[in-house]
Unconditional design. Structure first.
Length: 306
């Protein structure tokens, strides 16, 4: 059941259009999680909680300014973009500034085949928007939509990821890779997965990991194991929950034990906890329902102790 605060958030857009207070924009801290005094649980600092704007894509298309203002009203100070909602990079940055938000991260696919000049243009746009992180969002499916099972394809892509990461570093950006579930398919009839190849063939200094916790579970891989296997390299996570049906759920409403995962935040190297739900505003849900997901996710992470 939704509480009164959550339900009232459905009406935020009208009020938000009048403007939202500009929130603090302190620098990204190095500490992955904030611990209280000895013997007391850790928590996620509120300024490390973000939201993937893909969650709100339908609502953003209706009213960009009001939606961003509503996110600031919920408490977000940072977001991760997935495109610029039909605006230029400069126009999108202006909208963020009006809401008092920072797009610390953005999803941008590297060109395939790799094109250094095209990637340079994407990096320049990331600088305009104010990104610190730029993340490749999807790989692992062939032209037929089926999971890739040829390790040579993963090795070639890993080489491209290294090239993209090296150029990103020249622009002062940290380049990352975001997983789905196809990467966890075994390759060449052996035991090595596509994800094993990507993490093994890329330079940790050039390519960090953004682990989507939902898709890791759907790929039958425990995120805690991923942390142990990639210590210090997992800078970002997508916090999206798994419903008993196998579909999506708001953070805290499904089967994933996020506290168990975040007990390993320091080992992982986490600096951003990004709320996401792929179907948050899609039928049978309404676009405005995505704001409910954004609020539920923010409140869940802000209240979580581990």
């Amino acid at each position: 059941m939704q509480n009164e605060s959550t339900v009232s958030r459905r009406h935020l857009l009208g009020a938000a259009a009048a403007g939202a207070a500009v929130l603090g924009t302190g620098a990204i801290a190095a500490s992955p999680a904030e611990a209280s005094s000895a013997g007391r649980p850790s928590r996620i600092p509120r300024d490390k909680i973000s939201v993937q704007l893909y969650t709100l894509r339908n609502q953003l298309a209706i009213d960009l300014d009001a939606t961003l203002a509503a996110l600031a009203e919920i408490g977000y100070t940072r977001v991760e973009h997935a495109g610029f909602v039909g605006r230029t990079a400069a126009q999108f940055r202006a909208a963020l500034d009006r809401a008092g938000l920072r797009a610390t991260s953005g999803h941008v696919g590297i060109p395939q085949p790799f094109d250094a000049a095209a990637w340079e243009r994407a990096l320049e746009e990331a600088e305009i928007v104010g990104n610190r992180y730029i993340v490749h969002p999807f790989f692992g499916a062939g032209a037929d939509g089926q999971p890739i099972r040829d390790g040579a394809v993963y090795k070639a892509f890993a080489s491209d990821l290294n090239k993209a990461g090296a150029l990103a570093r020249e622009h002062g950006l940290s380049f990352g890779y975001h997983n789905h579930h196809n990467e966890f398919a075994r390759q060449d009839g052996g035991t090595r997965t596509g994800y094993d190849i990507l993490t093994g063939e890329t330079d940790p200094g050039l390519v960090h990991l953004e682990v989507d916790l939902f898709w890791a579970f759907r790929g039958a891989h425990d995120p805690v194991d991923l942390i142990h296997e990639n210590r210090g390299r997992i800078r970002q996570v997508h916090v999206k929950d798994l419903a008993p049906s196998g579909s999506f759920a708001d953070p805290g409403a499904g089967l994933i034990d996020f506290a168990r995962i975040f007990e390993h935040s320091r080992e992982a190297g986490l600096v951003e906890y990004i709320v996401e739900r792929d179907d948050a505003g899609s039928p049978p849900r309404t676009p405005a329902d995505a704001l409910v997901t954004a609020e539920v996710g923010y409140d869940y992470l802000a209240d979580l102790r581990f």
